[in-house]
Design a protein around this ligand. Structure first.
Ligand code: LMR
Length: 335
């Protein structure tokens, strides 16, 4: 009997010493809703490889593409519960969390180019936005800027009036809802994983996304027209469960933070190239007609859509909008 108790105590001491635990890697489940062969999917794998190499296997990153682990509606709650450790949702998906400020990035024609996007998201304003997530049990690590969204539908979209009556799929963003209504369309919130079938069956008539999402998910195969409108920002807030992140040993967390810095730089270079290549692949497929707006047509879109900035100011925060205008030199009067 004495030997048995001694053996159990020895086993507990061994386990308690953490030696046994040291054999078990810390697992980061990284879930997202688009295809593996997208800037987000590829950069998640890039981050995985960096982390596993730099921590010598002490941390294992499991990447789950294409909503296989969690869909749009579930992923943020799963993160808050700690069922998944890392996500990279678009800013338009933080509204249901009560963080409406993120929808400022959904304002149509807020940015003229990707450099202006970087100035905001990679600078003080982006950092302040990410810090707002702390009260929700979430740590914001970075923004990954994926350029601009384009419009697709089964009728050519050249003028604002072409949207009239179209059922347009949108993310769960009040700003994008207001954008579609300003165009005379009927917005329908839907998870990204359901979009292909909804377009194929006519549940919705169109949607908006960057070409680097459209092509890998074959949305161009069920849409007759793609308008290269560059009408809105597309990108991601890379986030982790705060309790998990704060619980990491400081040196390990520092290694992961550095890996995220390098992954962000990787994404922001990859995105432009991937969007351009995806556009060429869409054209080569011959499945959809690509429309480029004339300067006059683009001006007509801006004229209709600028009212969304004022309409949503109270919901998002006037100061935040003004700070972005100042940072990019944006002047609504000049449109
Ligand atoms: C969407 O339309 O929901 C996508 O943009 C999602 C994503 O993660 O890019």
């Amino acid at each position: 009997m004495k030997n048995t108790i001694a053996a159990i105590l020895a086993l507990c001491a061994f386990a308690g010493s953490g030696t046994a635990l040291a054999q078990q890697p810390i697992v980061i489940k990284f879930s997202h809703v688009v295809a593996a062969y997208t800037p987000k999917g590829k950069t998640a794998e890039f981050f995985k490889n960096l982390v596993e190499e730099r921590t010598k296997g002490a941390v294992k990153v499991e990447v789950y593409h294409n909503s296989v682990l969690y869909k749009d509606k579930e992923e943020l709650e799963a993160l808050q519960l700690g069922a998944v450790q890392m996500l990279a949702p678009t800013p338009g998906k933080f509204g249901p969390l009560g963080v409406r400020e993120f929808e400022v990035l959904d304002l149509p024609f807020l940015f003229d180019n990707i450099e202006q996007e970087h100035k905001v998201t990679q600078g003080a304003i982006g950092r302040q936005m990410l810090n707002k997530l702390e009260t929700k049990g979430i740590t914001g690590l970075a923004f990954w800027d994926n350029g601009f969204k384009q419009m697709t539908a089964n009728r050519p979209l050249r003028k604002p009036e072409d949207f009239k009556g179209l059922k347009m799929r949108i993310q769960s963003s009040k700003v994008i809802d207001a954008q579609m209504r300003a165009l005379g369309a009927l917005p329908q919130v839907m998870g990204f994983g359901e979009v292909y079938q909804a377009l194929q069956t006519g549940v919705v008539d169109g949607q908006e996304n960057p070409t680097s999402n459209i092509y890998p998910s074959k949305l161009h195969e069920v849409q007759k027209y793609l308008t290269m409108s560059d009408h809105g920002y597309h990108g991601y807030a890379v986030i982790v469960n705060k309790k998990f992140w704060d619980g990491l040993a400081a040196p390990l967390r520092a290694t992961l933070e550095q890996a995220m810095v390098e992954a962000t730089a990787h994404f922001n270079i990859l995105a432009k190239q991937d969007n351009d290549e995806a556009l060429q692949s869409i054209i080569a497929s011959g499945k959809t007609q690509v429309i480029t707006l004339t300067p006059e047509e683009r001006k007509a879109w801006k004229k209709v859509l600028m009212k969304v900035h004022t309409e949503m100011a109270d919901k998002i925060g006037k100061d935040l909008i003004q700070s972005i205008y100042r940072e990019t030199g944006f002047d609504p009067a000049k449109l």
